[in-house]
Design a protein around this ligand. Structure first.
Ligand code: BES
Ligand code: ZN
Ligand code: ZN
Length: 498
């Protein structure tokens, strides 16, 4: 488990400070730092003046080594760009970009910034400073920064501390957990062990957790999710989570629901994937990781909302017992599905969860997340998450949350034509669109849409391109990104709390 480094807040400059981080705006010159004495201020001003190449662009860093004996050891000037453009997202980006400049030995740098956005600069540092090193035998072998904590010294330290601890830290913790789960190797994280982890983590936080094992799935008739898992020695399961945080005084509403694809490893099954890069298919549970990470965040910040979540966990393996192309299977909802490609398994796991949640909890709004199609990556790349939404108001809310959190969404089409594209000649539906590769993300979404009941506001977020990054981003180190926790937490907070 990766713990975020500690962020401390102080009204004064700690005596022990060895590295000072001094944010500077492009157009505002040297920042007014009330907590720094005049002498130090003058010295910092001089150092900044002498550095002609430093333009204070967002995330630009100027490192000034110790110049005088009574100085802190090092000063890092951090560019913030233009003051009028400086949003909390820019603050996070600047913090993230700074992280690589904080080298070994600087275990507790001090950030001096007289603004509540200091909390977001710190958040950026913490988010970028995630390292998945559970499987390294030498933990300090890691080349990256060995930070232990960040101290924010600020006039606004009380407000910044409150904001950080109440609003930001729960998001970081949910995101880190989601990243950890995605980064876990598939020999350690398989349906049963994953379900146990979910229970062990969320139950103590007050989330009700119910594991529906394969036997119970059979009784319930979840034929599609079972088919996906049947080739594996590790049986599939489903996990249902409930957070009842709604203000009791208010009328208890229908819940909102989040559903995640949790294919702990996707070989493609009998429709086997090519070998190169197959290791990355350990991330095929990224949708479920975002969902359970979100539940952690909501519970940590005691969200005043009633939320149901469900993840479908299965390992897609080829074997003598595996499901085959040509099989016709029956879903929990009763509709039959002709399997034409065993690698289009995510939709089969999802439909049983979607149908179960609707039947059992009648949610007023439901969002599923899944690393569903390679086609989505082809369409949108890694920057945006393609989102299918059957309600304009819900889309408007999601779009806003995407823009506010930097987890960007892009609306994709749901259309009658795509719904027809997944109708089968011999069963109700087929798990592969007739168009084959073309529009593959759209036919996958249309397949799911067949299982959405009338009146339910629903979105399918295909996070195939965003759940896993192959290169470092300002606030996301490469590999599991935790995508989804931030945007959905914002959505719940802004529109679904009483
Ligand atoms: N898990 C994959 C989709 C995926 C691919 C996610 C790459 C992340 C990165 C999914 O189960 C899959 O294999 N989909 C097929 C569907 C096709 C057979 C209709 C695909 O995208 O090729
Ligand atoms: Zn697949
Ligand atoms: Zn898959």
């Amino acid at each position: 488990m990766t713990e975020p480094i500690a962020v401390k807040f102080s009204k004064s400059l700690p005596k022990s400070a060895k590295t000072l981080i001094i944010p500077v705006f492009e157009d505002a010159g040297f920042p007014g730092l009330d907590i720094v004495d005049e002498e130090l201020k003058a010295a910092l001003k001089m150092a900044l003046k002498q550095a002609s190449t430093f333009e204070s662009k967002l995330g630009q860093v100027l490192s000034v080594p110790q110049a005088r004996e009574d100085w802190p050891h090092r000063v890092l000037f951090l560019g913030l760009g233009k003051a009028e453009d400086f949003t909390h997202l820019k603050a996070e980006e600047a913090g993230g970009k700074l992280t690589t400049s904080i080298k070994k030995g600087d275990k507790a740098p001090v950030l001096l910034f007289d603004d509540i956005k200091a909390a977001h600069i710190a958040a950026g540092i913490v988010l970028r400073n995630y390292h998945f090193i559970d499987y390294k035998s030498k933990k300090d072998d890691d080349k990256a920064a060995k930070l232990e904590q960040i101290v924010v010294a600020s006039d606004e330290s009380t407000a910044a501390k409150k904001h950080f601890e109440a609003d930001i830290l729960p998001i970081i913790e949910g995101t880190f957990w989601a990243r950890d789960l995605v980064n876990e190797p598939p020999n350690a994280l398989y349906p049963e062990s994953y379900a146990a982890r979910i229970k062990d983590t969320l139950k103590p936080l007050g989330v009700q957790v119910e594991i529906i094992d394969a036997k119970k799935m059979e009784k319930l008739g979840m034929g599609c999710a079972l088919a996906v898992g049947q080739g594996s020695d590790r049986p599939p399961c489903m996990v249902v989570m409930k957070w009842n945080g709604q203000n009791k005084a208010k009328k208890s509403d229908q819940p909102i629901a989040f559903i995640g694809k949790g294919v702990t490893f996707d070989t493609g099954g009998i429709s086997l994937k090519p070998g190169a890069g197959m290791d990355e298919m350990k991330m095929d549970m990224g949708g479920s990781a975002a969902v359970v990470g979100l539940m952690k965040t909501l519970a940590l910040r005691k969200a005043k909302s009633n939320v149901v979540a469900m993840v479908g966990l299965a390992e897609n393996m080829p074997s003598a017992r595996a499901y085959r192309p040509g099989d016709i299977i029956t879903s929990y909802a009763g509709k039959t599905v002709e399997v034409l490609n065993t690698d289009a398994e995510g939709r089969l796991v999802l439909i049983d969860a979607l149908a179960y949640v609707q039947k059992t909890y009648t949610p007023k709004m439901m969002i599923n997340l899944a690393t569903l199609t390679g086609a989505m990556m082809v369409a949108l790349g890694h920057e945006h998450c393609g989102s299918y939404v059957n309600d304009d108001e819900l889309w408007a809310q999601m779009d806003q949350s995407g823009k506010r959190t930097g987890e960007k969404l892009w609306r994709m089409p749901l259309d009658e034509a795509w719904s027809k594209d997944v109708e089968s000649d011999v069963a109700d539906l087929r798990n592969l669109g007739k168009g084959g590769r073309y529009g593959g993300a759209n036919s996958a979404a249309a397949f799911l849409e067949h299982f959405i009941e009338d009146g339910v506001k629903w979105s399918h977020m295909d996070i195939a391109g965003t759940a896993w990054r192959k290169s470092d981003q300002p606030t996301i180190p490469k590999y599991g990104s935790g995508f989804g926790v931030r945007v959905l937490n914002d959505l719940v907070k802004t529109h679904y709390e009483s």
